[in-house]
Design a protein around this ligand. Sequence first.
Ligand SMILES: Cc1cc2nc3c(=O)[nH]c(=O)nc-3n(C[C@H](O)[C@H](O)[C@H](O)COP(=O)(O)OP(=O)(O)OC[C@H]3O[C@@H](n4cnc5c(N)ncnc54)[C@H](O)[C@@H]3O)c2cc1C
Length: 459
Amino acid sequence: MDKLDVVIVGGGITGASIARDCALRGLKNILLLEQRQIGQATTSVSTGLANRGLRYIDYDLELTKISAQEVSILQSIAPHLLESRKFLIPFFRDSKFNIELFESVLKAYEAIIGQYGAPKHERLGKEQTLIEEPLLAPDVRGSLRIEELLLRDSELARQSAEQACRLGAGLGIGWKVNGVERKNNRLVVRVGRLFHPSDWFEVETQILCNATGPWAEQFAGQLGCSVKLRPTKGVHIMVDKVGLSHGLILDAPDHRYPLTAIRKGSEGWVYVGPTDEDFPETEFDPATLMSSEKQQQATAEERQYLLTAIQRVIPGIAPDQVRGFTIGVRPTLFQKGVKPERLSRNFQIFDHQEDGLPGFISVAGGKLTIARLMAEKATDLICKKLNHSAECVTAVTPINATASAVRLPKMQYQNNSAFSSSKPPLASLFKRAYASGRIGWYFVKHIFQNPRSVLSFFH
Ligand SMILES: Cc1cc2nc3c(=O)[nH]c(=O)nc-3n(C[C@H](O)[C@H](O)[C@H](O)COP(=O)(O)OP(=O)(O)OC[C@H]3O[C@@H](n4cnc5c(N)ncnc54)[C@H](O)[C@@H]3O)c2cc1C
């Protein structure tokens, strides 16, 4: 059985960022396991904003500062994944805030995060607002213009995982962790193909890191460990043929939280959302959200709620312009007595030593924008447990999609490639793997049972 130092479960932005950090700190024998595709679960259905945290300013100022700091880091390490976009916040007679009040909040926010180089807002009168965005409802009173950054969410996860691989981490795509057993001071992880559970292998690891996003509570629970989430559901609708040159920030119909309307994607559809509703544990099966049953999960009320919000701001939009929707479940941490939209977006690292499993940790909560910091804290704990001392360098090391391989991956097996360009010919892989003397029986079995899949050992 192969003996590894770290196995990371979950290839969303959290797991991919942890793999990147571990690899950049020089940890060897790392394996990142993802049951489906890198960055294709919650990470792919985010609003895609690298937001500096304006929304949290009145209830989580610390998170606003952290978010602003992390956005400035992203700007330096991954500028190719960010796109600056101007947003208008239009004001109407029935808006939750009046423009003066909102502008004073904006000024305070800009003063707080000014050190991170965030651009200043502009105030536009009624006439100028309608010149800039003629589709807006004619009763608009004026607007505030701010700049936000769009982040290519899945691509950030993919490139982070790819960088980890170039530095020697192993990657298993299409492999699900089905069970874990304790063996002396190590953990034996049983891994099976998602759709072919009879195809499985086991690896032994010192550290198992649970980075399964909204699955984190279930995953930890299977090992008798506690991670408490209060997941919330977020729906966007996609609206066709809306000629907007800005993004918009608008009120939800019941004024509970702000929504965004952003043109993105190859079709140029405007994504309106997201909603922010409790998704009770009894209903909670994130797997169904990622399957074909997805269609059943956005209710008619949710779609109407979002349509009503955008129609208030752009009255000309007809229901048949709505082309579809996306759904995601935020892995938000449990808090009692708080409305779902006010749940903290902060994160927590769980050391399950307290639950009697010293080699097991979980990372839960958080958001895309702060995933690098989440990974830094998780990797600090991993290094401490492994007695490995190395500084975190993720904030100063570019995520470079086009960089040539620093080192080839130590092992990589994938059946549905997100990294198809890096596939070497199977025959030569097998020859090198066999020659290295490090090939396990299950990999031999895997190659013969799945001839189209790729497997490689390079060291
Ligand atoms: C609607 C919505 C809008 C959002 N907008 C923003 C935004 O604009 N900006 C922002 O910063 N954040 C935003 N977020 C938050 C952000 O998207 C999430 O916090 C983040 O993507 C979570 O990433 P993750 O890696 O923790 O989870 P995921 O992306 O869900 O990854 C977890 C992975 O674990 C895998 N997995 C689970 N169990 C197993 C197993 N047993 N074996 C192997 N693999 C397994 C899953 O397949 C999955 O790929 C938004 C979230 C939602 C829902």
